[in-house]
Design a protein around this ligand. Structure first.
Ligand code: PPS
Length: 305
């Protein structure tokens, strides 16, 4: 029997192997990122670039859509001009050809650019800081973040095999997953926010009070928009709407890369969903380890709403 051959952007793909990780300055990254690291490191940001940074699965897509809606003053037609991966260069990513690398994509794009990254603070191209670019960092509680990342590994062949949930959780705690340790990531960006132009936002806070947090983002972007536009942004960026919207739900990336039948990119979009995945003993051990790793941190997360 012949293997399924998928057509992706004109490319015939079969037997697409999962990508491997390779450390860059001690952080495990996708091997194609590691291969092209010099280009990422020396990327030249412009002062009107906005960088959206997150640990993977912390709410990047949500924030991207919120920012795009703010920049376009609530004009939905403008925001559905293309899928996420076309509208926002993902700076360290090297997708399959013919898509350009994140760096090339950004270079080809007109300003003002909104750029996505999952890099820990110490690895972002220094030009973002030299140019004093605005940066929005979204953080999500470790348990929901880990569960979401696990399901994402299952459906995304651009990442290594996740193994069982038990095995995956261990790797999450050890910091050996792609983009490294969640603990160091959220803390590194937290420490950096007092020295750079960074708005630090929590996924749980957006969930709890989306209008309030959208207003914080508006303020940060110096966007003074009336209440009816705020309402439109709120509606358009709700989980239900974004899950249905092909420009935000990544349905434009088909198998063999994203297999939405295994898990949807827009999966549950809730706070506290981790309770269905963590066994009582996993939860106890995780909490103990968390206390140890975060003992000196002032970061406080909401684990449920
Ligand atoms: S990625 O792949 O790293 O860019 O993923 P990212 O966008 O950071 O995170 C995906 C998770 O965010 C949820 N999401 C939302 N939650 C609530 N409201 C809205 N509008 C929204 N948009 C995205 C998405 O469902 C993923 O979380 P889980 O828990 O897996 O559902």
């Amino acid at each position: 029997m012949s293997a399924t051959v998928y057509d992706f952007q004109g490319l015939k793909l079969d037997n697409f192997e999962r990508l491997k990780l390779r450390p860059v300055e001690g952080i495990p990254l996708i091997e194609t990122t590691a291969d092209t690291w010099d280009q990422v490191k020396t990327f030249q940001a412009k002062s009107d670039d906005l960088l959206i940074a997150t640990y993977p699965r912390a709410g990047t897509t949500w924030m991207q859509e919120i920012v795009d809606m703010i920049n376009n003053k609530g004009n939905i037609e403008k925001c559905i001009r293309g899928p996420m991966h076309d509208r926002f260069p993902f700076i360290e990513i090297v997708p399959l050809p013919p898509s350009p690398s994140g760096v090339k994509h950004a270079e080809q794009m007109q300003s003002p650019r909104i750029i996505k990254t999952h890099l820990p603070f110490q690895l972002i191209p220094k030009s973002f800081l030299e140019e004093k670019c605005k940066i929005i960092y979204v953080a999500r509680n470790a348990k929901d973040n880990a569960v979401s990342y696990y399901h994402f590994h299952q459906m995304n062949r651009g990442l290594p095999e996740p193994g069982t949930w038990e095995e995956f959780l261990k790797k999450f705690q050890e910091g050996t997953l792609c983009w490294g340790s969640w603990y160091a990531h959220v803390q590194g960006w937290w420490d950096a926010k007092d020295h750079h132009n960074i708005l630090y936002i929590f996924y749980e806070d957006i969930k709890e009070s989306p209008r309030r947090e959208i207003q914080r983002v508006m303020q940060f972007l110096n966007a003074d928009l009336p209440d009816n536009i705020l309402e439109k942004i709120y509606q358009h960026t709700s989980f239900e709407f974004m899950k249905k919207n092909p420009m935000t739900n990544y349905s434009t990336i088909p198998p063999p890369i994203f297999d939405h039948t295994i898990s949807a990119f827009m999966r549950k979009g809730i706070v506290g969903g981790w309770k269905d995945s963590f066994s009582p003993s996993q939860n106890e051990a995780f909490d103990k380890d968390y206390m140890r790793k975060m003992a000196k941190s002032y970061l406080m997360f909401k684990w449920e709403l």
